[in-house]
Design a protein around this ligand. Structure first.
Ligand SMILES: Cc1cc2nc3c(=O)[nH]c(=O)nc-3n(C[C@H](O)[C@H](O)[C@H](O)COP(=O)(O)OP(=O)(O)OC[C@H]3O[C@@H](n4cnc5c(N)ncnc54)[C@H](O)[C@@H]3O)c2cc1C
Length: 455
């Protein structure tokens, strides 16, 4: 893996080629912008610690993106696109150095009509939602990094998150309606992809095009109350999480289940709230439906130990910052030996599958699941914590779960296909062949590219 600065090029002279387009060559800043959350994984941390780019280019418009790509294609310099750099699989790490193309300057909401937002790719998700809320619309899906991540980075580097309980995966038809994508050809073009044409660039790590603009469907806005429900044992919490997800008339945005003792060990903001050792379900409920929600909690023997209505003061971060990948982050803040794995517990027997995994691994792999809807059915994504010992043990756990019929999404690899897809995506590869013929976009991430037959 490339680990040293490339002395063969005068990067200051190279920066001058960009004229008015802002660039950064100051080494400390370039190094900082070369990082994402790869260190989340002890495996990636060891592999990628010395990876960095050579220069940051910061276009402010689609025209400047095209101009920057033209220069890089001509000079044969690799380009790794960057949103906010919150990807946690090393997606945004420039393996072969070169240009980091930071898109946060493309940050305008261009229109919001009929619940469809047209927005530039570098816009932060929190800003997008803040601008849409006064018109009655909110994000359908967002990662737990909502307060920092960009919409382009989420579409290119993420998969789903808060809202999945209603709207499934980012890639599901109807979530991303169109995208403008700049190509990495000698004369870069801007493609306007609509409908199913957007699939090749969703979750492609920016390996086959640079998304400059997207149209995404929004959801009617609700006033959300943050809630935490405590249970004496994890299996009751799992059953409650399923029952809440299945209660279609109780409007919710996220259903996160975390097994004890993790909440009292690691969720410091709730240390005076959650009973010692309890398992919890953390959720966002439409404020007007807290009554029936409370009835469901009682039916399952839970204790509603925290409710924060919208606008109420309080020091705790939003509950979604304890779910999805943030569960691991909260744990890592306290215990650096923690890591995690990702497992799909598929429908229809996801509850029994989760219970079997709780029995099998206990506190070595504390259970954390997010309830979701996939293809109209309820299922659960596990983002279980792991009390890490060795890479071999980590792989053994992932292998066993997979052998038991629970597909894994390995978060300890930066290779696109080795994470969740497991197979070459012919659409993504064909798109890259057409639009990045020199293989300059985010090199080293797409297995399909280096394994394709010659010719
Ligand atoms: C604590 C934590 C919690 C997280 N929670 C979630 C979660 O709930 N759900 C989830 O899906 N992910 C989650 N992630 C992963 C990550 O935050 C999300 O994927 C996020 O949306 C990435 O946005 P970003 O702007 O930081 O993208 P970056 O990290 O900057 O980029 C991500 C990838 O997309 C590429 N890229 C960025 N912008 C573009 C563009 N405009 N065109 C083409 N390619 C581009 C980059 O090259 C990179 O490969 C989490 C990560 C952390 C550290």
């Amino acid at each position: 893996m490339t680990a040293a600065p490339r002395p063969d090029r005068d990067w200051t002279a190279f920066a001058a080629l960009f004229g008015d387009i802002p660039t950064i060559t100051e080494p400390a800043l370039v190094k900082q912008k070369s990082r994402d959350f790869y260190w989340y994984s002890p495996v990636l941390k060891a592999q990628m610690n010395k990876v960095f780019g050579d220069i940051v280019v910061c276009p402010r418009s689609e025209a400047e993106v095209v101009e920057a790509l033209r220069i890089c294609a001509r000079e044969r310099v690799p380009v790794t696109v960057r949103g906010a750099g919150t990807g946690n699989y090393g997606q945004a790490m420039p393996l072969e150095g070169g240009v980091i193309l930071e898109l946060t300057g493309l940050d305008r909401l261009l229109s919001l009509e009929n619940g469809i937002a047209r927005v530039e790719a570098g816009k932060k998700l929190c800003d997008l939602e803040d601008e849409c809320l006064p018109k009655g619309w909110e994000l359908r899906l967002f990662p737990s990094t909502r307060r920092t991540a960009t919409i382009g980075g989420f579409i290119a580097g993420g998969s789903t998150g808060i809202g999945a309980v209603n709207y499934g995966l980012m890639r599901d038809r109807g979530n991303v309606l169109s995208a403008r994508v700049a190509t990495m050809e000698a004369e870069p073009r801007v493609l306007c992809l609509t409908g199913d044409e957007v699939w090749p660039v969703i979750h492609a790590y920016g390996c086959n095009g640079v998304i400059t603009q997207v149209e995404v469907a929004m959801a009617p806005a609700w006033r959300w109350a943050d809630c935490v429900v405590a249970f004496d044992d994890p299996k009751t919490a799992v059953r409650f999480g399923h029952a809440l997800t299945a209660s279609d008339a109780i409007v919710k945005r996220v259903v996160t289940m975390v097994a004890g003792p993790v909440p009292t060990q690691y969720f410091k903001a709730f240390k005076d709230v959650i009973p010692d050792g309890a398992s919890v379900v953390m959720t966002m409920i439409a404020e007007g439906l807290l009554g029936p929600f409370g009835d469901l909690v009682r039916e399952h023997g839970g204790a509603l130990c925290y409710v924060r209505r919208p606008g109420e003061p309080g020091d705790a971060p939003p509950v979604y910052e304890f779910g999805w990948n943030h569960t691991t982050l909260q744990a890592l803040k306290v215990d650096k030996t923690i890591t995690y794995i990702q497992t799909l517990f598929p429908a229809p027997d996801h509850v029994a599958r989760i219970e079997a995994a709780i029995d099998r691994y206990g506190d070595e792999v504390p259970m954390h699941v997010e309830f979701v809807r996939i293809g109209g059915q309820i299922a659960a994504f596990g983002l279980q914590l792991v009390r890490y010992t060795t890479e071999a043990r980590l792989n053994a756990i992932m292998g066993e779960l997979e052998a038991a019929g629970n597909p894994g999404f390995n978060p300890h690899t930066y290779v696109l296909e080795d994470g969740g897809m497991k197979q070459i995506d012919a659409l993504q590869l064909a798109f890259k062949r057409r639009h990045d013929p020199q293989g300059l976009l985010n090199p080293g991430k797409m297995r399909a590219w280096w394994e394709q037959p010659a010719g």
